[in-house]
Design a protein around this ligand. Structure first.
Ligand code: ZN
Length: 692
């Protein structure tokens, strides 16, 4: 009952004195304010109607130069300052202002400005607004910022050698969570959404793509034009430019990639994407973004995939692992509804995007591939959640769905499996409360319709849930049973309950049985031979290997036996399988299979397939081997990854991953490069195969 008896909360999570006057998803009415401590901007004081970028890309200098025009409406009289998020790597040349005059031509006024430090992931740009002509509330004015960006956290310049084709350089941006303030000055908070447009000028032979709903190209001028006609938060503005070609794979989808991998990418996805979109629309209502395209990026892409609207960014390294590719693309499709159409208003509630997207992803895979497959994938991921839980302990605050962080903590460092999987379990709990999965689908459809293109907090979702199921609310009151929303949101530790995954038994039971065989004193060769791993799915195999990894170090005889049974077989499988086997090899110090580790690290240059192995190598007795391989391969690694590996190899203590310190809710160490995901001491995306 505690939950139902609480006063109605505003989106700022403060009690409302006048319940009907909520602040409407972050738009303030004066009585409360949504606080985003990751933004230095005064976004509450303005409405951002639209912004335009005009950029020239210089690959030789690794610079973007141009200007940005912001169309703003003051929300109150007498505003003297506009504060935007920016970054020390972004150099401001000038700021001016165009204010509608009284009948004559609009006055263009140069403005004074100053940049002040904010945190290690950004700075603040303070612009002094003109006193005359005065800015009137709700009357639009324009601010133009001329600037140059270099190599800030959002912008990844790749020399030709780091691309798949190794013939031309490439650049991409990655805004999540708070990086885009180094791409353009902005209200860098997910609470603010606006439309945007862009003009991008590039050298000949370069193709530019953006997360936009419309695009056009003038070959003569080598100018690309983009327009995003639906409002998006700053972190979802994304750009990639390089030697990219496309092939259509459906009526509203195309795959973009470097020419050397395009055929492969098309063959892996052709026909599927439209089917998945259709299933998702059947469940959650129309896909609102028009196009759903996918661009494959070189192995330097720092995460697995990113849900940039209209254009998912995904790492090409995942192409060989078909089931992971499938899950990752479906997850990004699910973000079209959960995360992109309806967005978490602050980074402290990232589960609103990730937990709901993970739930939606599993509803799609259940419809498209059946319950058993979906349950297997869920078991595999919940195993990983419990592994993370064991590392962190039950009382670690990062296990809260509503994380609280101090100013200075980079929100990206709080992205962890709880965001995804505890969030998923909470959404599953809501679905169980309403008693019927189809009724819950219709609730989610209504939720999207209600909050489309807005940013929300958990209370918005929960109020809407109880409003949608009034019988549930009433029966809870009648039975004096409390709903446990508060414990779910603010309690540490594992999910309060997990969904029933017994439908996955047909796929998970063989894995469980084989684990038991290998857990015995003297694993019986004949029994082992009855399990045909070559016929297993990737998720079965990785579940088996993860559980062996959890038990490592294993007795030497068992390790030798495992190697005899599986090493050659697993070596021919995909990278997701291989890396797990090789981690077992390393954590057990099993030298006979070390050449396989070497060849894997010579082949793979992505963060997700190198960092875990290097950490294990340095945590054990194989540090010299790791150093040798690093020197042999470093020329093909992105400088940011090289720096991370150097930290692992030369600067950090030799703590093994099993004893790595839990993430702390404190300021990230300043020795870490701003472009690096957190190194030891925090849980990084790489540890959990997170698709953003
Ligand atoms: Zn996601």
């Amino acid at each position: 009952m505690a939950e139902l008896q609480r006063p109605t909360l505003c989106c700022c999570r403060k009690a409302l004195t006048v319940p009907s006057k909520s602040c409407d998803g972050g738009r303030p009415l004066g009585h409360c304010r949504l606080v985003d401590i990751a933004s230095a901007s005064n976004f509450h004081s303005f409405k951002l109607r639209h912004f335009h970028l005009d950029l020239h890309l210089n690959f030789a200098l690794k610079r973007m130069t141009g200007w940005q025009v912001l169309e703003l409406l003051p929300l109150q009289p007498g505003l003297q300052t506009l504060v935007l998020d920016t970054h020390p790597s972004l150099h401001i040349h000038s700021v001016d202002c165009k204010v509608p005059g009284g009948g004559g031509p609009d006055a263009v006024l140069p403005l004074t400005y100053r940049v002040e430090p904010f945190t290690d992931y950004g700075a603040s740009l303070h612009v002094s607004l003109p006193a005359s002509p005065p800015l009137r509330p709700h009357r639009a004015f324009q601010i133009t910022v001329r600037y140059t960006t270099t190599d800030g956290p959002a912008i990844w310049w790749l020399d030709a050698e780091l691309t798949c084709g190794r013939t031309r350089p490439l650049v991409f941006t990655q805004g999540h969570s708070v990086c885009n303030r180094s791409f353009f000055p902005c209200f860098d908070t997910p609470a603010v959404k606006s439309t945007y447009s862009a003009t991008v000028r590039v050298p000949e032979g370069v193709t530019v793509l953006m997360s936009a709903s419309r695009s056009a190209y003038s070959k003569q001028d080598r100018v690309f034009q983009f327009s995003m006609e639906f409002p998006v938060p700053a972190y979802l503005v994304a750009l990639v430019a390089g030697d990219l070609q496309h092939a259509d794979i459906g009526p509203r989808s195309r795959v973009w990639a470097e020419p050397c991998i395009l055929t492969c990418a098309v063959s892996k996805l052709g026909g599927s994407v439209e089917r998945w979109l259709g299933v998702a629309e059947g469940l959650f209502g129309p896909y609102v973004w028009g196009r759903y395209d996918i661009v494959f990026l070189p192995p330097s892409f720092p995460i697995v995939a990113m849900e940039n609207p209209c254009l998912t960014f995904i790492i090409s390294s995942i192409l060989e692992s078909q089931e992971f590719l499938l899950i990752d693309v479906i997850h990004e499709i699910a973000h079209g509804w959960f995360g992109n159409a309806v967005t978490n208003a602050t980074w402290e509630e990232m589960w609103l995007s990730e937990g709901l997207a993970t739930y939606a992803q599993r509803r799609i895979t259940t419809e498209a591939y059946g319950e058993a497959f979906t349950c297997l994938e869920t078991v595999f991921r919940l195993d990983a959640l419990h592994r993370q839980m064991r590392l962190l302990g039950d009382n670690n605050p990062v296990s809260k769905l509503q994380a609280k962080f101090e100013q200075g903590v980079n929100p990206s460092s709080l992205m962890n499996l709880f965001t995804y999987e505890k969030g998923f379990c909470f959404v599953s709990y809501l679905s169980q409360l309403c008693g019927d999965i189809k009724r819950f689908d219709s609730f989610l459809r209504a939720y999207i319709e209600q909050f489309k293109f807005c940013s929300v907090v958990a209370q918005d979702l929960l109020d809407f849930f109880l409003g949608f199921f009034p019988d549930l609310k009433e029966s809870c009151v009648a039975q004096r049973e409390g709903l446990e929303f508060e414990r779910w949101l603010n309690g540490c530790g594992p999910p309060l309950c997990e969904p029933d995954l017994s439908a996955g038994g047909v796929l998970t039971c063989p894995v469980q049985r084989l684990c038991e065989v290998w857990g015995g004193e003297d694993p019986d060769t004949k029994t082992i031979a009855t399990f045909d791993l070559s016929a297993w799915s990737t998720f079965q195999t990785v579940l088996f290997l993860d559980r062996l990894l959890d038990r490592s170090p294993l007795p030497h005889e068992v390790m030798s036996h495992l190697s005899r049974c599986y090493s050659a077989l697993l070596d021919g499988m995909n990278a997701e399988v291989q890396i797990r086997w090789l981690q077992i090899v390393v954590r057990n110090g099993f030298y006979p299979d070390l050449p396989r580790v070497r060849s894997f690290l010579h082949k793979h240059t992505s963060r997700m397939y190198t960092v875990p192995l290097y950490e294990d190598l340095c945590g054990g007795v194989m540090k010299c081997f790791a150093v040798e391989v690093f020197y042999q391969t470093q020329a093909r690694l992105h400088p940011n990854l090289r720096r991370t590996l150097q930290q692992i190899l030369f600067q950090t203590s030799s703590a093994s991953p099993a004893t790595t310190a839990p993430p702390m809710l404190t300021q990230a160490p300043t020795t870490t490069s701003p472009t690096d995901p957190p190194a030891n001491g925090t849980i990084a995306l790489r540890d959990v195969n997170v698709s953003a």
